[in-house]
Design a protein around this ligand. Structure first.
Ligand code: DX5
Ligand code: ZN
Length: 219
């Protein structure tokens, strides 16, 4: 397997210096910038609105990988697209009409992703997989950084990789939660293309970001 793309989650950044933090992870080799949006309703935490994304957008040219943990989600898609999201990922568990959500993201000209909670099987994507650019496998229950990787999700990564390859699709598999150099290797071996990491990237401060990202790539 080749080296994974790394998408640092700015949830673990210093929010008082968010623009500089985004610039620092860009300079340290991040491939994407992962933005965790939480509404205090679908998940038990509150984080980042579109105004914050607009404010930090000019601090990096890398793609913004925006993970929406909000319900209902459709009414907010345009605001996140306008704020500067390149990829918009939503949870099929968070609403009754996920296919409509995917259509809406694509109509905004953005890449569309589906995030799957640990208890949700990959089979929920059977009839929408062909329209997705990305599947985000949650390897923790969404809501907080710094949780432990749930090993059972490796089997889901493998099953998704088989579905995607069998259909000849180029859908990317990204993994989110508890990713460190050890679990990163397991994810890549199972078939992941991209990894989100918060605490494992930001630990030790800006001097460490380059080494932390390289370690996640297995370098
Ligand atoms: C969890 C978020 C993750 C989280 C990852 O709800 O979606 O992106 O910030 O943080 P770590 O890497 O610390 O588990
Ligand atoms: Zn996330």
């Amino acid at each position: 397997a080749s080296a994974p793309l790394i998408s640092p989650s700015i949830l673990s950044a210093d929010f008082a210096r968010l623009g500089e933090e985004v610039r620092a992870i860009d300079a340290a080799g991040a491939d994407w910038i992962h933005v965790d949006v939480m509404d205090g309703h679908y998940v038990p935490n509150l984080t980042i609105g579109p105004g914050v994304i607009s404010a930090i957008r000019s601090w990096s040219d890398k793609p913004f990988d925006v993970h929406l943990m909000i319900s209902p989600v459709d009414a907010f898609l345009a605001a996140y697209a306008e704020a500067g999201a390149d990829m918009i990922t939503a949870h099929p568990e968070a609403g009754p009409h996920f296919h409509r959500t995917v259509q809406a993201i694509r109509a905004l000209g953005k890449k569309a992703g589906a995030a799957l909670n640990p208890s949700t099987p990959e089979t929920v994507l059977d009839y929408v997989l062909d329209e997705l650019d990305l599947v985000l496998v949650m390897s923790v229950n969404p809501g907080f950084g710094g949780q432990s990787f749930i090993d059972s999700q490796l089997r889901k990564i493998g099953a998704l990789r088989q579905m995607i390859d069998a259909r000849g699709l180029s859908t990317l598999i990204e993994v989110d939660g508890g990713v460190n150099p050890v679990t990163a290797r397991a994810c890549v071996d199972a078939g992941a293309h991209a990894l989100v990491a918060g605490s494992a990237v930001f630990k030790g401060g800006p001097e460490q970001y380059r080494a932390n990202i390289a370690a996640l790539r297995g370098q």
